[in-house]
Design a binder for this molecule. Sequence first.
Ligand SMILES: *Cc1c(COP(=O)(O)O)cnc(C)c1O
Length: 386
Amino acid sequence: MQPDKSFNPGISTRVIHHGKSYADNTGTVMPPIFPSSTFSHGNPEGFDYTRSGNPNFRILESVLASLEECKYSTVFASGVSAITAIVSSLQSGDLILCEENLYGCTVRLFEQVFSKFRLQTKWIDFSSADSIELIDNLNPSMIWIESPTNPLLKIIDLKKICDKAKENQIPVVVDNTFSTALLQRPLDLGATLSLTSTTKYINGHSDALGGAVCTQDICWKDRMNFAQKSLGLQPSPFDCWLITRGIKTLPLRLSRQVENALALASELGTHPAVAWTRYPFKADHPQYELAKKQMKSGGAIITVKLKADQKQTYAFCKSLRYFTMAESLGGVESLICHPATMTHASLNTETKLKLGIDESLVRLSVGCEDFSDLKEDLSQHLSRLL
Ligand SMILES: *Cc1c(COP(=O)(O)O)cnc(C)c1O
């Protein structure tokens, strides 16, 4: 749909009423699924082979670009495929200056795969004051950040980093999976690329994997399309269709999840079996002011440190009724994760402790259930720790 200047629909409208369905003469309300691997040569829309484009990719890309209020979006098979696409645009020997607390599979990809092609990485704390100086001193080829971080929910000043990077013409990638463009706008804050695992909040139903890269820069859009077809990183039309369906309720889902999370964070903070809780929009968060400035709300992830040992913490995670113990996040159902033995199990003890991940830490992905049920579930099982 071409934007109509006289009409400026809101975000909830735009994620529902996406662009064309490529089946206009049928009157279809939902777009069809186009499983075709190939397209007859010279068709008006310019499709040729699904590895390099498909109607379901384009439909989802148009919604994602509209959500992010940017010019271009490219979809991939997963968040990790999107990361691969970006890194594949670099040269052997290039340095990526990385936030030290990046998503675990990003770290594994850089250190165990791309390092073989002489990709250099340096890991720093982007919330510390000297990170700005390090950008000047190290002059990296790319900066890679994530905010809030996983699982400690550290907030990084995206604008400050992007302003500095811009002076030195260094592209900045922000992994925005935890917030989505609904809560935080990396491109508006100066990032070159906003990356999202659409597997999480965007799809929201834990039934498809996907990734996306948004940008305002046509050169980067071309690079992403090139990576999609040359590395075979394309999603399946069916998964795009599912994610296009899921995104329609993103604003509804997320507002319920954020409401639940905010209320749970303050409830948990006062429980005697809890050492501390961390949530970006809770006044005791170390970067509360920055979170308020940078994000529209605190999201729906809460990190909790229990007064318990590893065995008790694990038993607590397994005993909950509505929080399934599982990796991933962002679905309508609540999940609980024990980072020390799950998402961050591959890190050595020293790194875990440096990042603040110990055996009594748990991460909640708060879903859309009734608040009273979630609260009751947690408080009942927390009381057994006393
Ligand atoms: C899940 C996740 C990814 C990877 O996405 P997949 O779709 O699982 O490949 C990347 N970054 C963050 C922050 C994530 O949570």
